[in-house]
Design a protein around this ligand. Sequence first.
Ligand code: ADP
Ligand code: MG
Length: 349
Amino acid sequence: MAHIASRLKEVKMEEIQDITSDMIDKLRKLNINSVYQLAVQIPSELAFEISDSSIDIESAARLVGNARKILTENDLLSKEFSTANDMLEKRNEISRYSTGSSNFDTFLDGGFQTQAVTEIAGEFGSGKSQICQTLCAAAITLMENDRLVENATQKPTESIIFIDTENTFKANRIHQIAEQKDLDPEDILKRIYHCNIYSSEQLEVLIDELPKFIEQYNARIVIIDSIISLHRAEFSGRGTLVERQQKLGRMLNKLRRYAEVYNVAVVITNQVVSYSDGTSGLDYMKAAGGNIVAHGSTYRIFLRKSGKNRVATMEDSPCQPYQRVKFAISESGIQDVSSYKTEESESAW
Ligand code: ADP
Ligand code: MG
């Protein structure tokens, strides 16, 4: 497939319909430097940021629309309305990044998918971070190395952006997984751009600026482990719930746009909350963040421990039936549980 990076900067801001050089200057001041970066903006926010009489929400929406239009015309973005056949072609552009556990990959219909936000929710120790780190090691091998494009300039190597809000990313763990899989750990580690985040505000700012880094690092996967922990910690009271949900919604809205426009796979982890079933009095776990996160992600995976193994359930998918898979965590990351179906009865799930 034609990766986005080979197309970057092929369309210039000046080529956007009706754009003035004055507007381009204003956008540059806001650090919006490419057609892609404009195409992912939320019009009301853009109008607010520019905050002068030259632009209202409608004209900001037109501007973002024109940026999307020029990408569409150049086949860099799928059309707002497209025939089913076009959509099938677009689906062919989707890349899938496998984890190295073949059952888990089958469960994901081939792997973590670009143009989608995949959420992994589960309680502490259920394997969320292990999946993210295994993905780092396994996915790099599916990415392109430095290569020459038409004008003979070297494009950056494809890479992964890892945003760590819980300080649990371990380079030596990825090194171990890579070694176990007979991969080159040094090459893999060089291509993971890791960032520690300590406050909800810092996370929001980074997500706003992510397009710049996706372009700069030629990222194909963006991992956020976890999307919610900082917001949960900082907005804990009832009175702040609305604000927290708005902030979460805004981040997810942006991530969905990035996934689509940049054709990247966005993987986020989520915590769980317990709730009691009023009638039975039993306590259950569900993903945190309520409807905002539920509707913000394309795929929702729920993890739980099952003895020494883990079970992943696909809770929401646009194209797959409800299903689940069992996996184990070992030195080589997440891996298949051998012949689990014959070994254990259905009740053992
Ligand atoms: P979380 O869902 O909280 O992110 P993790 O992904 O960090 O959970 O999973 C932690 C679990 O992974 C540990 O409890 C342990 O069972 C397992 N684990 C981590 N590293 C290894 C390893 N090298 N070998 C085997 N199991 C491991
Ligand atoms: Mg974790």
